[in-house]
Design a protein around this ligand. Structure first.
Ligand code: UVW
Length: 328
């Protein structure tokens, strides 16, 4: 635990951008950095990095999160029957209301809705997602996250940033020569991140969003096992992210960081989350689908791109679904 405390003290950004700051390391994305990201669009190739928001999602490891439930609220299968029976149905009912659009009218429509935990699929963790010792990022009190939502460090505090910057893919799968994904029990170390960047001939510069390919999502698409462990970032990578002035980090796995407690900090769960979200103010992106992007980067040798990943503006939410786009 003493190593963890030392790293926490080293990486803590509280007060760095002012006592009221709720953007954290997204402050490193300057207007110049946004323009740099846009300048990387050369070929017009677009990669959607979001997974499918459906019942076929990756949830299963935890009971407190379920896959999205998608239901139709109006659909074409009902339309003709509704036009026949709806007008005589209960006056204030939905069936009566919807039939009013269909009777003596060729117009038809379909509507739907989803119910989902905001952390169930491709997502950003807001800075209020994880905390310890009663403090959020920048020292905001943990009890400012209430049943009404997060009054501090909610996802709504960052949506004005885009979020867009220069994205850099670090492909640890190819670097290790792994067939598909990184088997559990071998966390990605800070030195390995440097090695991967060097092998790819790319530098990490302040304000970058680093995207780490572990192959987990590709494996999940193949076997449907959302509870399957894989390797992620060693918790000490928090220092690497801090030293390289990274604005945000995302990966194609459940937690970004390595899930194996044996490789963590005794007495804590998800130490890198604690350091990144609470001490550094650095957002984590999880369950990003990086397979096609990684394959393309390996083909053309270009590991940088414009990354555009706007969260939904859900006031007070501690995370948000996202469909990130990488453009080369
Ligand atoms: C937890 O599992 C608590 O968080 P995350 O979804 O960020 O990994």
């Amino acid at each position: 635990m003493s190593d963890f405390r030392k790293v926490a003290d080293d990486v803590r950004n509280w007060g760095r951008w002012g006592a009221d700051d709720e953007l954290g390391t997204l402050n490193l994305i300057t207007p110049g950095k946004v323009a740099e990201g846009a300048s990387l669009v050369k070929q017009g190739k677009v990669f959607a990095l979001g997974g499918d928001f459906s019942s076929a999602g990756p949830q299963g490891a935890f009971q407190f999160r379920q896959n999205p439930t998608h239901v139709m609220t109006v659909d074409g299968g009902d339309a003709n029957t509704l036009a026949q029976y709806g007008p005589q149905w209960l006056r204030n009912s939905v069936a009566h209301e919807v039939s009013g659009f269909f009777v003596d009218n060729p117009f038809r429509f379909n509507d739907d809705m989803i119910v989902m935990p905001l952390q169930a699929a491709t997502q950003w963790d807001a800075l209020s997602h994880v905390y310890y010792e009663d403090k959020l990022y920048n020292g905001f009190p943990a009890d400012s996250v209430t049943s009404f939502g997060a009054f501090h460090c909610g996802i709504d505090k960052v949506d004005g940033k885009g979020i867009t910057s220069r994205g850099v893919l670090l492909d640890v799968v190819r670097h290790r020569g792994a067939e598909q994904f990184l088997e559990p029990g071998n966390p990605i170390t800070p030195a390995e991140l440097d090695d991967v960047a060097k092998a790819q001939g790319i530098s990490i510069t302040p304000g970058d969003i680093v995207v780490v390919h572990t192959g987990w999502w590709t494996r999940f698409l193949a076997n449907g096992d959302g509870a399957e462990p894989g390797s992620g970032l060693d918790w000490r990578c928090a220092s690497w992210l801090h030293d390289h002035q990274v604005a945000a980090v995302a990966a194609d796995n459940l937690m970004v960081e390595d899930p194996d407690p044996a490789n963590g900090v005794e007495g804590t769960f998800l130490p890198m989350h604690m350091l990144c979200l609470r001490d550094m103010g650095l957002m984590l992106g999880e369950y990003w689908d990086l397979g096609a992007l990684a394959a393309d980067c390996a083909t053309d040798g270009v590991y940088e791109f414009q990354l555009i990943a706007p969260p939904l503006r859900v006031t007070g939410a501690v995370g948000s679904p996202v469909n990130p786009i990488a453009i080369k």
